[in-house]
Design a protein around this ligand. Structure first.
Ligand code: 6PG
Length: 469
């Protein structure tokens, strides 16, 4: 073999799929996995007859690559990435490129960018979205790190990215962890939208008595219109799937405890650190946590009150659909608000994230496409623009959105994401929030001071108390 164009380290589901994708674009791909058996299986299985070359020793893998070398890592985020970078460090030449394609924390990528850069290795932190199918056919790629490395790497990996209207869903977002920051925001939105869909399902199922198959059909219908999105289509397909062993919808046989690997929580932590409100994303993360708190959940088992709405909903289910639409829209707006804050650190254009989210990724949807169109030429804070341009729509959705939260609550169905999105919106459209009282009470017990509407400066009051000194 003449030297390989690119190396893939890590042959899990994503690594294998991406190696096949790269090869299908005409690249010679070297692959390596810590367990040699995995490499052998891949080479003799899916990679058979293709320009994919397996290595069982790391040195041979590195030396097989043309220079500057490009090594794409598909390994578990966290310590494993540092371990592999340490293993590689003595084997790389100045200017070689390492792309970390796991769901790494952006702060880790900031650190690795600096550490590797000081040794002459060009590091790229790459957020990849789209799951196995995306990795195989074309994922969305959010990249941060060394800009010259991006230019070199894009020539090779760019053709493997998803395409939307002739534009590749791959972009550079800035130094260090910028790409992983954008991916974390993506995942926060992913959590919120999934929770909103789950709440619509819960209401239709437990309060209105629809079967899983019926809800699947309703979602399928909705997914043809304004709610067109990968996640709603996925939910529809899942709800309609019947387990061949039991002849029951498989979804009904799944334990109702949602797991998480941490990216949703990281988006909430980033929002807290940056001073951005993302209540719907937070609610979604917390609801996954609550679903696993079995002890707490069993304290007061209480069946929902079936509300006699199925017949009405058969006629008109816009109550649920509009609530979902509003919640989905505001999940994106909250994510955009977090991107606005990230953009101040990393210097990217927020609309660029929406551009690369239009295809290949898990949160691709009509809403993303519309938000991109709104934001691509807009000036100012993207979240503000996104909200202003959607005010009329949100007002129109309001009665059903409110009605859904009220009806679900009275039927005993929790709607943390939908209700938090509604509160978020109500807060935004309130000319005055009761934060004045909070300021007053802070000053009352702690002399924390407050600002006044009628005068400049900070003030303290004794609030009519006789202060004993
Ligand atoms: C993607 C997904 C992907 C993964 C999530 C799952 O964009 O392809 O976000 O990266 O499915 O990380 O995260 P949880 O296990 O936390 O749900």
């Amino acid at each position: 073999m003449s030297s390989a164009d690119i190396g893939v380290y890590g042959l899990g589901v994503m690594g294998e799929a991406f190696a096949l994708n790269l090869e299908s674009r005409g690249l010679k791909v070297a692959v390596y996995n810590r367990t040699a058996e995995k490499t052998r299986q891949f080479i003799e299985g899916k990679a058979r007859g293709r320009m994919i070359y397996g290595f069982t020793d790391l040195k041979g893998f590195v030396q097989s690559l043309s220079k500057p070398r490009i090594i794409v890592l598909f390994i578990k985020a966290g310590k494993p990435v540092d371990d592999v970078l340490a293993d590689l460090s003595g084997m790389l030449d100045k200017g070689d490129i390492v792309m970390d394609c796991g769901n790494s924390h952006y702060r880790d990528s900031d650190r690795r960018f600096a550490e590797l850069g000081s040794r002459g290795t060009r590091f790229l932190g790459v957020g990849i979205s789209g799951g196995e199918e995306g990795a195989l056919k074309g994922p969305s790629m959010m990249i941060g790190g060394d800009f010259s490395a991006y230019i070199d790497a894009e020539r090779k990996v760019g053709p493997a990215a998803a395409i939307f209207e002739n534009s590749r869903c791959i972009s550079y977002f800035g130094d260090g962890g910028a790409g992983h920051f954008v991916k974390i925001v993506h995942n926060g939105i992913e959590y919120a939208v999934m929770q909103a869909i789950a709440e619509a399902y819960d209401y239709l199922s437990r309060a209105a008595g629809y079967s899983s198959l019926e809800i699947g059909s309703i979602f399928e219908e909705w997914a043809k219109g304004e709610l067109r999105s990968f996640l709603l289509q996925a939910a529809a397909q899942v709800l309609k799937y019947v387990d061949p062993d039991t002849q029951r919808p498989l979804v009904e046989l799944i334990v109702d405890e949602a797991e998480q690997k941490g990216t949703g929580r990281w988006s909430v932590e980033a929002a807290l650190e940056l001073g951005v409100a993302v209540p719907t994303i937070t609610a979604a993360v917390e609801q996954r946590t609550l679903s696993t708190q079995r002890g707490l959940r069993q304290i007061t088992p209480c069946p929902p009150h079936a509300s006699a709405t199925k017949r009405e909903l058969d006629e008109d289910n816009t109550l649920v659909r509009d609530a979902l639409r509003a919640t989905m829209l505001l999940s994106y707006v909250q994510g955009i608000s977090l991107l606005d804050a990230g953009a101040r650190t990393y210097g990217f254009r927020v609309s660029e994230a929406l551009r690369v989210w239009r295809a290949g990724c898990i949160i691709r949807s009509r809403i993303v496409e519309e938000l991109y169109s709104l934001l691509s030429y807009a000036q100012g804070e993207a979240a503000t623009v996104a909200l202003e341009k959607n005010l009329a729509l949100l007002e129109e959705l309001m009665p059903n959105w409110f009605g859904f939260v009220a009806q679900a609550s009275s039927a005993g169905i929790p709607t943390p994401a939908t209700a938090s999105a509604l509160s978020y919106y109500l807060s935004i459209r309130s000319r005055r929030l009761p934060a004045n009282l909070i300021q007053a009470v802070r000053d009352y017990f702690g002399s924390h001071m407050f600002r006044r509407l009628d005068r400049e400066g900070y003030f303290h009051s004794d609030w009519g108390r006789k202060v004993e000194r």
